[in-house]
Design a protein around this ligand. Structure first.
Ligand code: BGC
Length: 468
């Protein structure tokens, strides 16, 4: 088309052509978060401390897991907490989520170890000296061996044992704790024990599941009541719950929609429903987006139009929009903390993208009116990922397990940039939009899993042979 005939010619300058979108003004502004927002990372005792020899996990690891899948020294944070916390400070985190290990404090029934209590006082005091807001979890998956031997959470008495432990430890450490999390992910605990059966006490038992569920609800309610009687005016109490984003593959499929609703009810809402009225905040751990297709769910390879979605090293789909969906779904009068959200990846570029894209969605939810008060990345350091051992790398800080050296990953500094700006500076958006490598990652993962499975069954066969 010649210049003369071009439709452009008859249009005044700067005016857009019919059908053409007017140029959007490019926005270079930082995506801001509310003032006082908590920025931190999360860990749990058994995953980082090392040598938690008195709990059920330790015992199970020695019996059922090959050497490289046992927690052992873990990250040796029991001895290295001071330098780890100084690292947190240097990264500008203003808060931290961690847990106390019940089996250290009460290694034998009714016998409390004052030296271990003093240890936790020192740990928490250190965080306070650094002016870090402390969110403390009282139970994060492990039980003292003696509690497990009596039936663990299936046994109604465990509620009493737990409350006795809470009543012992809380007054000792209360000065150094700002927010309490009574329980971590009751649903995941039940799923891994009774459905996936990959964790200690694994068994098939509907009754066991129901009892565990009810006892955990009762443990939370009692601990909540006690904590409230101590601090009527403050120190909010909640739980950290794994909340999944569910979707049906076909929007028109009634069956799939029903599956979505049922799973949403059971996995996301049931515990809150049974414990309603006993949450000062909602703690949301967000990791999963699951599409239901026909009878199947497709948690890993989510194929849409032949394209596989990006996944983490664990094959978990990367789906930032999901965090927006769960946040808006849970929006209530009660504040929300994202108590965990993170990616297992040895490719730190992916962690950068993950952080920025997920936090963009959190900001969008806040803009839409959701009262989100803080974000705890999982995890501060690489650590012991339960039955999967040390291979999944979730950390902002890399651990060399041979030397226990800490190496700050570039993504940790991207997170620091966000924290210092209390928002996502426009300059960081350059990290978004890289290629999707899902297929490659999934192939590698499948091979690794096969190898692991082989190792585990070889190990168990040797054990059985030795016993017989
Ligand atoms: C748990 C952590 C775990 C993380 C990553 C959460 O379910 O609270 O203990 O390491 O997810 O799998």
């Amino acid at each position: 088309m010649s210049q003369q005939n071009s439709p452009q010619k008859n249009f005044p300058k700067n005016q857009s052509l019919p059908g053409e979108h007017p140029k959007e003004k490019h926005d270079h502004e930082t995506i801001r978060f509310p003032q006082g927002f908590l920025w931190g990372a999360a860990t749990s005792a058994h995953q980082v401390e090392g040598n938690n020899t008195s709990n059920d996990w330790w015992e199970w690891e020695q019996k059922h897991q090959p050497f490289d899948l046992r927690s052992g020294q873990a990250c040796d944070q029991y001895n290295r907490y001071e330098s780890d916390f100084e690292l947190i400070k240097s990264l500008n985190h203003n808060s931290h989520r961690l847990s106390v290990e019940w089996s250290r404090i009460e290694p034998l029934e009714g016998e409390f170890d004052q030296a271990e209590i003093d240890h936790y006082i020192k740990v928490l005091k250190k965080l306070k000296e650094l002016n870090i807001t402390v969110m403390l979890t009282l139970w994060h998956f492990t039980l003292p061996k003696w509690v497990a031997d009596k039936g663990g959470w299936e046994n109604g008495k465990t509620v009493e044992y737990f409350v006795r432990f809470v009543k012992k430890i809380v007054p000792e450490i209360a000065d150094f704790v700002d927010l309490w999390v009574t329980l971590n992910e009751p649903g995941v605990y039940i799923y891994e024990t009774y459905i996936d059966r990959a964790w200690p006490h694994a068994k098939k038992s509907w009754l066991g599941q129901v009892k565990t569920f009810l006892n955990l609800t009762s443990a939370h309610k009692k601990a909540y009541k006690y904590l409230h009687s101590l601090f009527p005016a403050g120190k909010p109490v909640g739980i950290a719950n794994n909340i999944l984003s569910f979707e049906s593959y076909h929007k028109h499929s009634f069956k799939e929609q029903i599956t979505v609703s049922l799973n949403d009810l059971l996995a996301n809402h049931l515990f809150y429903f049974f414990t309603r009225g006993t949450h000062d905040f909602l703690g949301i751990n967000y990791y999963f987006h699951i599409r239901f297709k026909g009878k199947r769910w497709t948690p890993q390879k989510s194929e849409i139009g032949g394209q596989i979605h990006d996944v983490s090293d664990l094959g978990w789909e990367i789906y930032p929009e999901g965090i927006f969906e769960v946040l808006t779904d849970f929006a209530d009068d009660i504040p929300i903390y994202i108590t965990e959200c993170g990616i297992a990846s040895t490719n730190d570029d992916r962690r950068n993208r993950f952080l920025i894209s997920y936090l963009q969605e959190v900001a969008r939810a806040i803009k839409a009116g959701v009262n989100v008060r803080g974000f705890f990345y999982w995890s501060l350091i690489d650590n012991f990922e339960w039955h999967l051992g040390f291979e999944p790398r979730f950390g902002l800080v890399e651990i060399d397990y041979k030397t226990q050296q800490r190496h700050i990953r570039p993504s940790a500094l991207v997170y620091t940039d966000i924290i210092q700006n209390n928002g996502i500076p426009h300059s960081l958006l350059r990290f978004l939009g890289h290629t999707v490598q899902a297929e490659e990652v999934l192939e590698k993962r499948e091979k690794e899993m096969e190898k692991k499975q082989e190792e585990i069954s070889n190990f168990n066969n040797i054990e059985i042979a030795n016993k017989s």
